[in-house]
Design a protein around this ligand. Structure first.
Ligand code: ZN
Length: 165
């Protein structure tokens, strides 16, 4: 059973998420439902706050298999790269976001084992995007005010056209 994805400006998206202390059955189920939701909506990543759960949990799949990470942190970052990025919480818009080109991300998998990923390209970008969500940060916070205003105007126009506002 998949989740419904929250849309900007839902307040949960702005909250700093709590770390996961125990990997219990509930967390495992949430992670599975998050993966289903990500695949259903054809995303390459999803963070728990996007489905209304303010916990530090992300799922990612850039075409190399599903990665589930609990309490992920970036422990090393190198280089910079700018690329167009979208977000399931902000449908119909993309903005150019500058991110670190290569990152090392450490967290725990669903069995509680510590895991580390050295990522580049799309995977590096995706990790940074999802970890941003855990800190209440969105793609529109990573661009200039001018570009943010432009993107949000476009976003709201689409919402009106869809009759959702
Ligand atoms: Zn997002």
């Amino acid at each position: 059973m998949s989740f419904e994805v929250l849309r900007y400006p839902h307040t949960v998206l702005r909250r700093q998420c709590d770390p996961v202390a125990d990997i219990d059955e509930e967390i495992v189920q949430i992670a599975q439902r998050m993966a289903e939701t990500m695949y259903r909506d054809r995303g390459v990543g999803l963070a728990a706050p996007q489905v209304g759960i303010s916990r530090q949990l992300i799922v990612v799949d850039v075409g190399e298999g599903l990665i589930t990470l609990i309490n992920p942190v970036v422990t090393l970052a190198e280089g910079k790269e700018k690329m167009g990025e979208g977000c399931l919480c902000l449908p119909n818009i993309t903005v150019d976001v500058e991110r670190r080109a290569r990152v090392r991300v450490t967290g725990h998998d669903l069995s509680g084992r510590e895991v580390t990923f050295d990522a580049e390209d799309l995977l590096a970008r995706c990790f940074q995007h999802e970890i941003d969500h855990l800190q209440g940060k969105l793609i529109i916070d990573r661009v200039s005010k001018l570009k943010r205003d432009l993107a949000l105007r476009q976003y709201r126009k689409h919402l009106q056209d869809d009759g959702q506002e």
